[in-house]
Design a protein around this ligand. Structure first.
Ligand code: AMP
Length: 250
């Protein structure tokens, strides 16, 4: 069985994004970029399934600019076997539906048993690509995975839902999206970083898969979140109650 792992290059989660002065989007100039954290978890889970002898090959794929090669090399250094870059011009943001269409075309070629995605990209917070891919492929989906167990021709996914876990059993091939508590991704060791440089990395374009990536949504405005007001200190409970009453909260 093959496992396909889509990995997105996003602003590193430690960086505080800056909104462009004209409000047209987030400023990506000179900003540290990394693999989307949920995708690292997906790579880790795919590698664990392979190490348990339940998959033969882990293929990482990214839709992004030439620099997304770095993200794919990270996946290869973690242990993925090969990678596919579907290259778009710098600054072009590909919407979830177009990404899902490209992933479907790759899955049609590669026939993976599992496509393991992140539950969401921290850049757009869409939480759409995995679900759209499952619909386009007409395959079962286990989203927000907390635990994944492959057994024969099925995969059992414990899903994180409000107030608990839901267990679903999916017939392979299936789509799984990872939640935060699924695992702790490994760090790539230096020898593996070196080895990753010679692992196969194919470069394609959306046109190779017949997918039109023209945006369907128009961003009207991006703005900074409201600045939090400074708090005040109160001397005692009576003053606290009086302040709360004055604010009309209680
Ligand atoms: P989203 O629907 O944009 O929140 O993304 C959900 C997941 O889809 C991500 O965690 C990735 O696994 C995958 N994905 C989204 N965009 C891309 C992309 N440009 N390249 C590769 N994978 C992507």
């Amino acid at each position: 069985m093959k496992i396909l792992v889509p990995v997105k290059r996003v602003i590193d989660y430690n960086v505080k994004p800056r909104v462009k002065a004209d409000g047209s989007g987030v400023d990506l100039a000179n900003v540290k970029m990394s693999m989307n954290p949920f995708d690292e978890i997906a790579v880790e889970e795919a590698l664990r399934i392979k190490e348990a002898g339940k998959a033969e090959e882990v293929i990482a794929v990214s839709v992004g600019p030439a620099k997304a090669t770095e993200t794919l090399r990270t996946a290869l250094a973690m242990g993925a076997d090969r990678a596919i870059l579907v290259q778009v011009d710098d600054g072009v943001e590909v919407e979830p539906l177009a990404v899902a269409k490209i992933l479907k075309a790759i899955a049609d070629e590669e026939q993976p048993g599992i496509v393991m995605l992140g539950k969401q990209a921290i850049s757009d917070d869409s939480n759409q690509t995995g679900q759209m891919l499952a619909a386009l492929m007409d395959r079962p989906q286990g989203t927000f995975a907390n635990t994944v167990e492959v057994e024969g021709d099925s995969v059992t996914v414990k899903r994180e839902i409000d107030g608990g876990l839901e267990t679903v059993k999916l017939t392979l091939p299936a789509i799984v999206t990872t939640d935060l508590r699924l695992n702790e991704p490994r760090y790539a060791s230096l020898p593996n970083i070196m080895k990753a440089k010679s692992k196969p990395l194919d470069t394609k374009s959306p046109a190779d898969f017949g997918v039109d990536i023209a945006p369907r949504l128009k961003t009207l405005k991006v703005s900074e979140p409201p600045v939090r007001q400074a708090g005040i200190k109160v001397a005692d409970v009576d003053e606290l109650v009086a302040k709360i009453k004055a604010l009309g909260i209680a």
